[in-house]
Design a protein around this ligand. Structure first.
Ligand SMILES: [Zn+2]
Length: 372
């Protein structure tokens, strides 16, 4: 409040009384000294040195004083404000210095610590073994083909000669994604890599020599020997004059390239809707080469002393499949095979449990990194 115009004694203006100015100054200095952090100091600065602080408000009262009283009051209030301002600056510098020193300690990097404490990742052995299997066929002149994992039922079943009521269609426990509607094929998670055969025939000019490594799905429970997600390596050849002998030759070349020279293969009759005739493929055990058969004193864990290991299925492509893909069956014939990647990893590297392959423990993958 300003004093009345006819009574200009600054002492009567409470805010400008020397004791009151000293009190405001001391209160400000005490608060500044007590500020323990830069944030606290900011609050204190706004309260005691800001536009709405008691000293700033007192300063405004000076204007209402008579000229004679202005100098004295101005000196007093100005001095107090300067003191407060300097105290804020000094406290600010001290707190910043403290903070910098603390950051230096807290964020210090010890350059003498070992740098590789975080374990390195590793490529999954299923990936590396599938690549190695693929490479052997690429070396024989095959190209790599791909298809979608969510596949039209037509590609997964119909085009491969699985008729709607075919028992094999229910034998394969399928994840259905979308039911057929309005004449459109339904969608499934592909139960094998064989639909890539049909896609390759539709997409490419003949002759076709392709391999298709990929992920496949069936509604199996995860246990030591089953997984709902697994991998296959599909192979397809369609050309003029192709016979079963070429198939046997290609499979044997693969087995010898992957597991060692001189290894033999054998075909056992089997059935698949999309090949006729069809066969299961066995390879000679690459560990004992048959020497463990009938010798219980020297058992072989890799082939269970049977001398042979099953590696997949194959056959001559059923002409119905070629026809579905628009291939002239009078001129062209072909064969196809499917190899299990998990199975190959299991017997090739002694993995006993499928669950190890899917649980994602990097220690499992790391163990194979230098081996494959
Ligand atoms: Zn063996």
């Amino acid at each position: 409040m300003s004093a009345p115009n006819n009574s200009y004694d600054p002492v009567e203006v409470t805010a400008l009384h020397p004791d009151e100015v000293a009190r405001m100054r001391d209160e400000a200095l005490a608060a500044i000294a007590a500020a323990a952090s830069l944030d606290e100091l900011k609050e204190v600065r706004l309260a005691h040195a800001g536009d709405r602080s008691p000293l700033a408000l007192a300063n405004r009262e000076i204007g209402a004083l008579p000229p004679a009283a202005k100098a004295d009051a101005g000196k007093r209030v100005g001095g107090a404000r300067r003191e407060v301002g300097e105290a804020v600056k000094a406290r600010q510098a001290a707190l910043e210095e403290e903070r910098d020193a603390r950051v230096l300690v807290e964020e210090a990097v010890d350059v003498t610590l070992p740098w590789d404490r975080a374990p390195r990742g590793a490529r999954h052995p299923l990936t590396t073994i599938a690549e190695r299997m693929t490479d052997i066929f690429v070396g024989m002149g095959f190209e790599v083909a791909e298809g979608p994992e969510v596949e039209a039922e037509w590609f997964n079943f119909d085009a491969l000669n699985f008729l709607p009521d075919h028992p094999a269609r229910t034998m394969q426990d399928t994840f259905f994604v979308e039911a057929p509607s309005g004449g459109e094929s339904g969608l499934v998670l592909r139960t094998h890599t064989s639909p890539v055969q049909v896609r390759a025939l539709l997409d490419r000019d003949l002759p076709v020599y392709v391999v298709a490594p990929g992920r496949t799905f069936r509604t199996d429970e995860l246990d030591a020997t089953h997984s709902p997600v697994f991998h296959q390596l599909e192979g397809l050849v369609v050309d003029e004059g192709i016979t079963l002998a070429h198939l046997r030759g290609a499979i044997t070349a693969f087995v010898q390239g992957m597991f060692g020279s001189g290894l033999r293969t054998r075909f056992r009759p089997s059935y698949f809707p999309f090949t006729e005739p069809s066969a299961e493929v066995d390879m000679e055990c690459f560990v004992c080469r048959g020497a463990s058969v009938g010798r219980p004193e020297a058992p072989c864990r890799t082939c269970s002393s049977e001398g042979w290991i099953e590696i997949g299925g194959c056959g001559v492509v059923n002409p119905r499949v070629l026809t579905a893909a628009g291939v002239d069956t009078d001129r062209y014939s072909g064969w196809a095979f499917g190899l299990g990647v998990e199975r190959t990893l299991m017997f090739a590297r002694g993995v006993k449990d499928m669950r190890d392959m899917v649980e994602g423990d990097v220690r499992f993958a790391s163990a194979f990194e230098r081996e494959i």
